[in-house]
Write a protein that binds this ligand. Structure first.
Ligand code: SIN
Length: 287
């Protein structure tokens, strides 16, 4: 079956029809669609769920996998496959197996590292009948839409990113995720990246900030920094830059963290199960 890339109605993301993540020959088309669209959706294959080995091999074709991170408790890694993080509210023998409340805020995965994540591959094993959508914002489209004065205000500027702020907030709110060790928390220092970065593979400019992990603009006072970030987020979160993904069992979604941010919506965790396998791919230092 020929591969067809179909843009979602009115959006930037695309469905890649007829492609199989487990078939190596499909990868060049999948990779092209990933660079063109920033978020791609591959629907269920005959072999669902995708075997962990197949997901790891597929993800590894985009770049080396990130594996264990200081921001991730070891308990949420898939036993025998530490390249996969379980995003899940499932329990086995009464014990939670994954992070049940991951990513419920606008963020770009691991943007607070020196070399942030290139992309994320999530495979949906079980999804709730309602809730639990994932929203994506196209920061390349947002950059292109910025008025000239806002573009001038961010020229050459960098912003600080950290996981520590979000982590301490969710733990204070009573998150049931496994706690990080003091050493892991210490490793979550602030990192500075350009506010507008050049995508290393497409050469196109994109914003690289997000409300979850970006704390301030380097060299600006607190009020001016807040004002600038808020003005940028207003453009990023305009409806024309948003794609809402409604998950189906067997979906494999790949997103480019260098040009999109995302936000996972809550669902009724007392009634439903949501169980996803996530791989993270290493990126480069933003420039
Ligand atoms: C995340 O990786 O931030 C969570 C995505 C999701 O669960 O939809």
């Amino acid at each position: 079956m020929a591969i067809e890339v179909r843009r979602v109605a009115g959006g930037f993301a695309a469905e890649v029809l007829g492609a199989d993540p487990a078939r190596d020959a499909d990868f060049p088309d999948i990779h092209r669609a990933f660079l063109d669209h920033g978020v791609i959706v591959i629907r269920a294959q005959a072999q669902t769920p995708l075997a962990p080995e197949a997901q790891i091999a597929f993800s590894g074709r985009f770049g080396p996998l990130m594996g264990r991170r200081p921001s991730t408790p070891d308990k949420v890694l898939m036993p025998g496959h530490p390249e996969i993080i379980l995003l899940s509210n499932r329990r086995v023998k009464g014990e939670k197996v994954g992070i049940s409340d991951a990513g419920r805020y606008w963020h770009s995965d691991l943007c607070f590292e020196e070399k942030p994540n290139l992309g994320t591959v999530v495979h949906a094993v079980e999804i709730p009948p309602e809730g639990g959508d994932t929203l994506f914002a196209d920061l390349e489209g947002a950059y292109a839409a910025l008025p000239d004065d806002l573009k001038a205000r961010i020229e050459g500027k960098r912003a600080a990113h950290t996981f520590r702020k979000h982590y301490l907030e969710v733990m204070a709110e009573g998150s049931d995720r496994p706690p990080l060790t003091p050493e892991q928390i210490d490793a979550l220092a602030e990192t500075y990246h350009p506010i507008a970065r050049t995508h290393p593979e497409t050469g196109r400019k994109t914003l690289f900030i997000n409300p979850g992990h970006t704390t301030h603009v380097e060299g600006l006072g607190a009020a001016e920094s807040r004002d600038l970030l808020d003005a940028l987020y207003a453009v990023c979160l305009a409806p024309e830059h948003i794609y809402r993904h409604k998950w189906r069992v067997g979906d494999t979604v790949v997103w480019d963290n260098r040009r999109v941010m995302h936000n996972a919506e809550p669902y009724d965790m007392a009634r439903y199960t949501r169980h996803m396998h996530r791989c993270s791919i290493h990126g480069d230092k933003p420039f």
